[in-house]
Design a binder for this molecule. Structure first.
Ligand code: HEC
Ligand code: HEC
Ligand code: HEC
Length: 229
């Protein structure tokens, strides 16, 4: 949390209802030979840096792609990160608000400890704050999830195309230096998609702008004939 610029001694009870989950529901990697678990963030903000810098700044890769030679990363479970950039985080809504809605046990109100999909009980998970019907809320969630899924599909096939282009360029004699940028880009895109895939359910609450940006850049890259020679 310190690396993220969060001072836990200043955290409110409401903040803690998210931070408790962030102990586990984050992206992490195993650094160097010591294999110490690290969180790829720095104080300047994890969001763009996590994909742009994890290989360069943190010197980490999960594997090297055998055709493109690009360093690749496998995303774990960045729910905290996905949540952080969404409308609910901005509005002070915590993980527990949706995943541990309050229930009444006789005269006392407690948090539900059956931590599961809020879609199993939208009335308690969402209707405490939202006045829309359950059906409407559910269709909003599914609609956004489907759109996110569609973007992920498109980006994935663009990445596969990019790998083919890089591999073809290698065969036709392009140097590593010439290809470094392309390879780095393809691994970043893969990482960004990884983010979306694992965070897909939370696509509902996060901007999809970034993925679109990647798609645009991928198509520019595909257009670069010089790699085909
Ligand atoms: C000590 C680590 C840890 C903490 C802390 C933690 N989780 Fe989890 N959580 C896990 C693991 C591991 C799984 C996967 C369990 C499995 O697949 O059987 C999981 C699964 C889940 C799931 C999916 C459940 C399902 O039905 O598939 C949800 C939702 C979830 N956690 C939410 C939360 C929330 C909300 C908090 C904070 C209130 C939290 N977790 C705190 C480790 C943790
Ligand atoms: C505004 C409500 C809301 C908040 C806040 C929220 N979630 Fe979720 N979460 C959902 C919904 C909706 C789903 C999708 C459930 C489904 O598709 O069945 C989900 C899915 C999940 C899953 C399982 C699916 C997956 O994406 O792999 C986990 C784990 C999870 N949330 C953890 C968290 C954690 C940790 C936080 C806080 C950092 C959090 N959630 C904050 C609504 C929320
Ligand atoms: C503790 C209160 C609270 C809970 C619980 C909550 N929300 Fe929200 N939700 C908000 C607030 C506040 C906003 C921002 C509203 C605004 O600015 O218009 C919001 C915004 C949204 C939006 C609009 C997002 C966008 O990008 O336009 C959707 C969709 C949504 N919530 C769905 C859900 C669903 C589904 C659940 C249950 C899984 C849920 N919310 C639970 C408070 C909550």
């Amino acid at each position: 949390m310190k690396a993220r610029g969060i001072d836990l001694s200043q955290a409110t009870r409401q903040d803690m209802r998210t931070y408790v989950c962030a102990q586990c529901h984050v992206e992490y990697y195993f650094a160097g030979d010591t294999q110490v678990a690290g969180v790829p963030v720095d104080q300047k903000g994890w969001r763009s840096r996590i994909s742009r810098n994890i290989t360069t700044r943190f010197g980490f890769k999960d594997w090297v792609h055998k055709d493109s030679g690009a360093p690749m990363l496998k995303m774990q479970h960045p729910e905290f990160e996905m949540w952080s950039s969404g409308i609910h985080a901005k509005s002070g809504v915590t993980c527990a608000d949706c995943h541990m809605p309050y229930v009444r046990e006789g005269a006392i109100k407690v948090s539900d400890h059956w931590v599961r999909s809020p879609l199993t009980d939208l009335s308690r998970a969402c209707q405490t704050c939202h006045r829309q019907s359950e059906a409407e809320l559910k269709s909003r969630v599914l609609d956004i999830q489907n759109k996110t899924h569609d973007l992920i599909d498109k980006t994935e096939s663009a990445i596969v195309d990019a790998i083919d282009v890089i591999a073809a360029a290698q065969k036709s004699g392009a140097t590593d230096a010439e290809l470094a940028k392309a390879a780095r880009f393809s691994s970043q895109s893969k990482y960004a998609v990884g983010f979306r895939v694992v965070g897909e359910q939370h696509g509902a609450f996060t901007v999809r702008k970034k993925l679109r940006g990647f798609l645009r850049r991928q198509s520019t890259m595909r257009g670069k004939r010089r790699w085909r020679r």
